[in-house]
Design a protein around this ligand. Structure first.
Ligand SMILES: Cc1ncc(COP(=O)(O)O)c(C=O)c1O
Length: 525
């Protein structure tokens, strides 16, 4: 059992006595994170060792040891026992930790600015999707990261057998394959799949096999855009797409997304002459909504009339748990303005780095020529193995198995959240993640940081937004075993309630000229 929480202030420092990490070390890590994330800002007075020990229900020695360590490393100043405050100047090492992860990148740009092109600088400054958080205190795996599939449920044995068979029997042929669009049997298998499953209209000749969505999207942006061209970007939207568009010099026009998907009318009002639009109509990333048929038709009509390209990212539509998905936009496009992107990153595993584009017949030659010079073709052995996997029925079997696994995990997560928290949830019966909306005033970046302390990797929605967005957390369920879900949700609920309590108990103090309690930052959120 975790130590009982005795006040709002100590809630965020809830310690785990059953954990093999010593209590003083846990407290040290919690305090250090609070300093790094600026919940404890420079000059804030820490509670006395005696009062913090009594609030946390631990010995005074535990708190003394934690404070000593922070003092030795330069995070706090003063004298343990007679008043300590958060250091005015933090140690150098802080630059490479926690939410300051972007700093080394920024410093690199500064020092090498002269050598970078405009495009290089723009790309280097674009926010990256943070890497999944690794273990907590070196042991426990952080859970609920959105976008991660159940790689442990992938049929590894079978996959290795297929690789071995190909290497043994047909490696010679694969060494000399010169297909510019990609391995023909794979393109045939993809076409057969998407025509039936997604209503895409295409022949294998329109398919170009690429290095995942990202490889295909960068190619499309290079072929279709000139620097300065206006582009509608879903807001909030996928950072991978945003980065590639920035790399192509696009002038990004953020277009809001509501319950019906991309707001086409808003896009037309903001920039009717946009050259291109990026959309995730089947399952908007990150909000999860499906674009309504009316909006789809309006988008296609606008694109047709204005000579604009529609780039449709259909990254995880295989995972729909009830009913059939709406046909892809590409399938209802009669004017050849849609370029369709599929990927195997979600449906199989991300390190495969295989995806595909479906381009209108007139564009095929331009795309393969551009791809030739960029040099991003993908290895044939993996393409051949994937073709076998699809042609021998394993692909559809895997999708069916994952669908029922993810459906169960989704239901378990939603039920646990409803039991533990009264927050609003958006949990469509599709995809691999849900949105947990946060109550008004709660900052999702801080909520995400607090969740990380208790082993939860919940990305904040604001990370994906170019303008103001409602605060929320993304919770991925595909890779989380049902037995872990309940415990994980309890930990998340504790972390979020702590923020709420802090706000409630500390806000009167914030009316003072300077709030000197530990919740300094939260009061202002
Ligand atoms: C919206 C969206 N599109 C595409 C992808 C897949 O990208 P890739 O195929 O490059 O792994 C992701 C993966 O996270 C995604 O979230």
């Amino acid at each position: 059992m975790a130590n009982q929480v005795k006040s709002g202030i100590t809630n965020i420092f809830e310690l785990q006595p059953q954990d093999s990490t010593p209590l003083y070390r846990q407290l040290y890590e919690r305090l250090r994170l609070a300093i790094l994330t600026e919940q404890l800002t420079a000059g804030v007075q820490l509670p006395s060792t005696r009062s913090l020990a009594s609030e946390l229900g631990v010995s005074r020695n535990t708190v003394l040891l934690a404070y000593d360590q922070l003092l030795a490393e330069g995070y706090i100043e003063g004298k343990v026992g007679s008043g300590t405050t958060v250091a005015q100047v933090l140690p150098e090492s802080l630059l490479s930790t926690s939410n300051n992860k972007s700093k080394p990148q920024f410093e690199y740009q500064q020092s090498s600015q002269k050598r970078l092109s405009h495009r290089g600088r723009a790309l280097a400054q674009t926010p990256l999707i943070p890497k999944p958080l690794q273990t907590l205190q070196g042991k426990q795996q952080r859970i609920f990261r959105a976008g991660i599939s159940a790689v442990d449920a992938f049929p590894h044995e079978l996959w290795s057998q297929l690789i071995a068979r190909r290497a043994r029997n047909s490696l010679q042929n694969l060494l000399t394959d010169r297909e510019l669009r990609g391995y023909l049997p794979l393109r045939e298998a993809i076409a057969a799949h998407i025509v039936v499953a997604r209503g895409v209209r295409c022949t294998p000749d329109q398919i170009i096999v690429v290095a995942g969505f990202q490889g295909g999207f960068d190619l499309a942006a290079r072929v279709l855009l000139d620097p300065g061209d206006p582009v509608w970007m879903e807001d909030p939207g996928y950072l991978g797409a945003r980065g590639a568009l920035i790399g192509a010099g696009a002038n990004l026009i953020p277009v809001p997304v509501d319950t019906e998907g991309l707001d086409v009318t808003a896009g037309m009002a903001k920039c009717p002459q946009a050259r291109l639009v990026y959309v995730t109509p089947s399952h908007q990333f990150p909000l999860g909504v499906t674009m309504s048929l009316a909006r789809r038709l309006a988008l296609l009509e606008w694109a047709n009339q204005n000579g604009a390209w529609v780039l449709e990212d259909d990254y995880d539509s295989e995972y729909r748990f009830v009913g059939r998905p709406l046909t892809a936009l590409q399938g209802i496009d009669s004017s050849d303005c849609v370029i369709y992107f599929g990927t195997f990153s979600k449906v199989l595993f991300p390190a495969l780095r295989l995806g595909y584009l479906v381009v209108p017949p007139d564009l095929v030659e331009a795309f393969i020529a551009a791809r030739h010079f960029i040099g991003t073709r993908v290895p044939t052995l993996e393409q051949a193995v994937l073709a076998d996997f699809m042609n021998e029925g394993h692909f559809n079997r895997h999708i069916r198995r994952m669908r029922s696994l993810y459906a169960e995990r989704r239901v378990t997560l939603v039920a646990a959240l409803k039991r533990e928290l009264e927050f609003e949830i958006y949990a469509p019966e599709t995809g691999m993640h849900i949105v947990l909306w946060l109550p008004p005033g709660m900052n999702d970046k801080l909520a995400s940081q607090q969740a990380a302390v208790v082993g939860i990797d919940a990305m904040p929605l604001s990370l994906f937004s170019m303008t103001q967005t409602r605060a929320g957390l993304l919770l991925g369920y595909a890779a989380v075993d049902v037995h872990q879900i309940h415990d994980g949700v309890q930990r998340l609920a504790t972390a979020l309630r702590a923020i709420q309590i802090l706000r409630l108990t500390c806000c009167p103090l914030a009316k003072k000229s300077r709030c000197t309690t530990m919740c300094d930052r939260l009061c202002q959120s």
